[in-house]
Write a protein that binds this ligand. Structure first.
Ligand SMILES: [Zn+2]
Length: 694
């Protein structure tokens, strides 16, 4: 019998050894820097990954609760932060895939997992036994003499519980859980509706004369698009690389009207992808959530954790810029009317005539600069700027695994040429079938430290939607795209320089996070930088002094329109989250009232209308779209710190910027970081001056 038992035991052990792990999330990622094995992940792996990560974290949390020792900073606060590791690993890779390598299966799973994810978080943050331990540490914080990042971790952990309902009655907790789940489902629905509506509209042109005015590149890509769809002619869509140049260059007024009309009405077509009801429900749920947690409105709730702190502070800033911006936009309109003699100029005329005036006034157009902005040259220019400022360098990693064959991978080395700061992926070209529109920066792995104190380097990525190179032409970027590349690179640098130990102290508030990115834009068109990277893609000749001057002269052109369309969207976002609205409020009427009430002219639509305003309706930037201009006050003022020394590459200032702004991540309060860098509060003057609004 004994022998039989041991045979069974042996068999059992053998069997369990044979059950081989097949999910890459639970296997060692081999190769240098343990880069993600992108080609291996399937939807099944994500499903299994999330499932097991949820279970693992529940166990870890239970272990924290069951710990017989008194709660301490280490055994509760730090242990809780570590319990997110596996889930974070799965979620970061998943998020990058749904945004840039999406498939219908992946998108369907996203709809399924989002509410589960939100419920899982709620279960942790509303767990009374866990909160009791967190609160004990918080109430007795003097015992641990915490400073710096540790103190910040404790503060952030405690407030995250309170802000997620830990102090509510159990009935209210249940209501809040249900609200959160509904909100997260609506975010995904909103996002997917916009994606579908953007893809649905196509404008087919089969007569050559209707292409009048359009640049060659756009015509070429439209022909390709038609060919893909099995048609002979040209197809245009509502994705930015297609619609924006169309509005800017097409001589066909009726077609411009049709395009802009379709663009402005995404999510507002009274079909099954209509977002108006989604918005009504969302705004109502957000308001209920704020009330439940004791705030007078959703903006109050959100802004408490932002640098702005209150809605009043946001409105104060917007108001200071609105009137000069609108006045300038009106001047721009008068210029157009003088040129066109058609009265009135309509919204679908604006970009078109703006381009004409730009050409007339400054003798400058995108087509003149594009040949100098080959994507590889711009990339090398950014590397050069980073090297001038921080002494860092980038080395190509040839055999690294990639999420897509187009992607490039680099190792970032510190000024000593040895210390590895992180790995950077660049995935620059549009893939409308699987990549969302726009440009963004994220991480496959955040920086942290091992138990032995070794820095675990981050793996960061930049995703853009630039036009792909063709057989006979490399990718030539527009001036806007060049600036976007610099912008996203600023986010990547932030990730590469961060020196943080905890998940919860990695990120900065959204109204601060655009400081690292937007400041990079200041170097983009500096003559010294252009002389380095802006070389003609055919002749290699460096951009002429004359063209540099033209770029410089034109830099303030069109700021009335840009400022106004942006601020209009910011007001819309704030008004949705500060005003008491009835459940069945009319979305379009609300939008019209909030905009015309501030004197917005009909020729300028807000940068985003409500039904496709993903920033505010799909999550991240609800009561937060103002963040870009808030950060711009900071970046304009911060760049002046370089200018004031007479050297825009001043290494001392760059060092301070790295140490006080970039390296701390979210381990310090934003306003303290800024003061540490600049020695004072930021002034708005530099922003007004840069935009020509002073
Ligand atoms: Zn950004």
């Amino acid at each position: 019998m004994k022998q039989l038992l041991s045979i069974f035991l042996l068999l059992f052990i053998l069997m369990s050894c044979n059950k081989q792990e097949t999910n890459p999330f639970f296997m060692q990622w081999v190769g240098p820097y343990e880069l993600p094995p992108f080609e291996k992940f399937t939807v099944e792996h994500y499903k299994d990954g999330f499932n097991r990560a949820f279970i693992q974290q529940e166990k870890d949390v239970q272990a924290i609760i069951d710990n017989p020792s008194e709660a301490t900073f280490e055994n509760t606060i730090v242990a809780l932060d570590r319990s997110y590791d596996l889930l974070q690993k799965v979620a970061l890779i998943f998020l990058s895939a749904t945004n840039a390598q999406s498939t219908p299966e992946l998108l369907a799973f996203e709809v399924e997992i989002t509410p589960q994810y939100s419920a899982h978080y709620d279960n942790i943050l509303m767990n009374p036994a866990l909160f009791e331990r967190v609160k004990f540490v918080y109430d007795n914080k003097d015992k641990w003499d915490l400073v710096g990042e540790d103190a910040k971790l404790l503060e952030e952990t405690y407030t995250s519980f309170v802000r997620n309902g830990a102090l509510l009655s159990s009935a209210d907790k249940d209501s809040l859980k249900s609200i959160n789940e509904q909100i997260s489902t609506l975010h995904t629905l909103f996002e997917q509706n916009v994606l579908a509506e953007t893809g649905l509209f196509e404008m087919f042109v089969d007569q050559k004369e209707n292409l009048s005015g359009l640049p060659e590149d756009l015509i070429e890509s439209a022909a390709k698009r038609a060919e893909k769809a099995g048609k002979q002619g040209w197809l245009f869509g509502l994705d930015n690389p297609s619609v924006m140049p169309f509005l800017q260059f097409s001589d066909m007024r009726d077609l411009r009207r049709e395009m802009l009309d379709a663009y402005l009405n995404r999510g507002n077509n009274n079909n099954d992808k209509d977002n108006k009801q989604v918005i009504q429900k969302l705004i109502d749920l957000r308001s209920q959530k704020a009330t439940l947690l004791g705030y007078s409105n959703f903006a109050d709730y959100i802004l408490e954790k932002r640098m702005a702190k209150t809605p009043q502070a946001v409105y104060n800033l917007l108001d200071q810029i609105w009137t000069p911006g609108l006045n300038m936009a009106k001047t721009e309109l008068r210029d157009m009317e003088a040129l066109t003699k058609i009265l009135p100029v309509e919204a679908y005329d604006w970009r078109y005539y703006s381009e004409k005036i730009m050409h007339q006034k400054y003798d400058l157009s995108d087509e003149m600069t594009r040949p100098y902005f080959k994507s590889e040259n711009v990339r090398d220019g950014i590397f050069w700027v980073c090297n001038q400022l921080y002494g860092i360098s980038f080395k190509a990693l040839e055999n690294a695994p990639k999420p897509h064959p187009d992607a490039e991978v680099f190792l970032c080395l510190d000024a000593d040429g040895k210390t590895e700061l992180g790995v950077l992926y660049l995935d620059l070209f549009a893939r409308p079938e699987s990549k969302r529109g726009g440009a963004w920066c994220g991480t496959y792995r955040d920086p942290s430290f091992s138990e032995t104190g070794q820095r675990i380097i981050p793996i960061t990525y930049i995703v853009c939607n630039f036009s792909s190179p063709t057989e006979n032409k490399p990718a030539l970027l527009s001036a806007d795209e060049t600036e976007t590349f610099f912008h996203e690179f600023g986010h990547a640098l932030h990730n590469l320089f961060k020196n943080v130990h905890y998940i919860r102290t990695t990120d900065t508030p959204t109204d601060f996070v655009e400081l690292p990115s937007q400041i990079m834009e200041h170097w983009c068109f500096q003559p010294a930088a252009l002389a380095q990277y802006a070389k003609h893609y055919e002749t290699g000749e460096v951009i002429s002094q004359e063209l540099i001057e033209k770029i410089d002269n034109a830099s303030k052109f069109g700021q009335g329109f840009k400022t106004t369309e942006y601020l209009a969207a910011s007001y819309l976002d704030m008004d949705y989250h500060t005003q008491a609205l009835p459940k069945d409020f009319d979305v379009l009427a609300f939008e019209a009232k909030t905009l015309s009430g501030r004197g917005l002219i009909p020729q300028i639509p807000p940068r985003y209308r409500s039904t496709y305003f993903r920033h505010t309706m799909a999550g991240g930037y609800a009561a937060g779209y103002y963040s870009y201009i808030w950060s711009e006050v900071l970046d304009a003022d911060a760049f002046n710190a370089f200018v004031e020394t007479g050297d825009i590459f001043n290494k001392e200032v760059a060092d301070k910027f790295r140490n006080y702004i970039l390296a701390p991540g979210g381990s310090e309060d934003a306003e303290v970081m800024y003061r540490n860098f600049r020695g004072s509060e930021p002034y708005i003057d530099a922003l007004l001056e840069n935009r020509g609004l002073k």
